[in-house]
Design a protein around this ligand. Structure first.
Ligand code: SF4
Length: 98
């Protein structure tokens, strides 16, 4: 996820124990940060590595979830955090993304 330089920025982080893929974040984000789709195993594993959260290994493959793809465009407006019905999104320092 950290293929671009986002040093010093806040970026969205999704808790896959909470995300149900409703897509509200995708609708409200003015910067088109989110996609709703099935996560690959690599994306799933990357999330576990960076968040320390260990959701059900089958979870990612079975259901569509939100995934942040353009995090360098995030302006930290907080709309996704406020509007997520599952409270699954937090903004974290980009330095915390490996
Ligand atoms: S904080 Fe704003 S710009 Fe950043 S991902 Fe959330 S809605 Fe999009």
């Amino acid at each position: 996820m950290a293929e671009t330089d986002v040093t010093g920025k806040k970026v969205p982080k999704i808790d896959y124990n909470k995300c149900t893929g409703k897509g509200i974040c995708m609708e409200v984000c003015p910067e088109d940060i989110f996609e709703i789709r099935n996560l690959s195993q690599i994306e799933y594993c990357e999330d576990v590595k960076t968040s320390g959260i260990c959701p059900d290994p089958e979870y990612a493959a079975k259901e569509k979830r939100s995934y942040p793809v353009n995090i360098n465009n995030c302006t930290a407006c907080g709309l996704c955090v406020d509007e997520c019905p599952e409270k699954a999104i937090v903004l974290i320092d980009s330095d915390c993304i490996e």
